[in-house]
Ligand binder design. Structure first.
Ligand SMILES: [Zn+2]
Length: 282
């Protein structure tokens, strides 16, 4: 994506399609080549890596764009400025549910920056044991964010729902016009998943989620035309325990191919088509 959110992407051949090495295009080549179908890491905390530039450059060389989600509105200026200098990076404006209690005063800042942001995230609710006590405040914050997104219209939201899938879906139901919802690393029940599907939610899945049997089971039930990839790095880690990076999202393709019993090259096309459609919804 370019700075205006338009898709400008490498015409790449991921290793998954034909086993050929991926082209390493120079920056000028990247900017001038375009494709309507790209692969994007749809949930990555790019600003939290030690060297965000290296991470983004290596992703771009692999033909992978990054949606750089933020955890607080006050992080928006710095993180979105970072994206101006890096290839294929877009920034999402967020207020992470785990920070909602201490940063709720930043809602005004969220509203100030929202006109600049076509993507919103990370937002949502966290009902895990450490954060359950603040759930009522989280709901107020999330409701406010969703109401703002409804007023702004046309946003794509990356939504956290750990331990709170039902509450998240209730909130989304209260704000049906708040945008296109992408449930990141969904881990709720099958009933919650079916409800989310009925409500039109999308899903971003990654290598860490698909390492577990439950994650693969949920993936098997997700609509194949509403799934994109994510790393959730640097929080999520690889098999070896190192922080996942956007260039590694392709490692989610093999498990997805197995679960859906779809050949990997066909799967690549499906995921790229989904990604393009989702980006163009914003
Ligand atoms: Zn995250």
């Amino acid at each position: 994506m370019d700075r205006n959110g338009t898709l400008v992407a490498v015409r790449f051949q991921p290793a998954c399609t034909d086993g050929h090495a991926q082209p390493r295009l120079g920056r000028a080549s990247r900017a001038t080549r375009s494709s309507r179908r790209v692969l994007i890491d749809f949930h990555c905390h790019l600003d939290l890596y030690l060297d965000p530039s290296r991470v983004a450059e290596e992703a771009a060389d692999a033909g992978i764009g990054v949606l750089s989600v933020t955890t607080t509105p006050s992080a928006w200026p710095g993180t979105s400025a970072l994206a101006q200098t890096l290839p294929f990076v877009r920034t999402a404006l967020g207020l992470h549910p785990q920070l909602a209690v201490e940063r709720r005063r930043e809602l005004d800042l969220f509203n100030d920056y929202l006109p600049q942001a076509r993507f919103v995230g990370e937002v949502g609710l966290d009902g895990s044991r450490e954060h359950r006590a603040g759930l009522a405040t989280q709901v107020q914050v999330f409701d406010s964010i969703l109401a703002s997104c409804a007023r702004a219209s046309g946003r794509v939201l990356s939504v956290h729902s750990r331990g709170a899938a039902r509450d998240v879906l209730d909130a989304l139901r209260r704000h049906p016009d708040s945008g296109t919802w992408v449930l990141h690393w969904f881990s709720g029940s099958v009933a919650d998943l079916r409800r989310a599907i009925d409500m039109g939610c999308w899903f971003s899945v990654g290598p860490a989620m698909l390492r577990g049997a439950k994650g693969r089971m949920l993936l098997g039930l997700m609509p194949r035309d509403r799934v994109v990839l994510e790393s959730d790095g640097p929080f999520a880690v690889s098999d070896t325990g190192s922080p996942l990076e956007p260039r590694q999202i392709e490692s989610a393709l093999d498990p997805t191919s197995s679960v859906w019993t779809v050949p990997t090259d066909e799967l690549c096309d499906m995921i790229r088509a989904n990604t393009s459609q989702l980006v163009n919804l914003s």
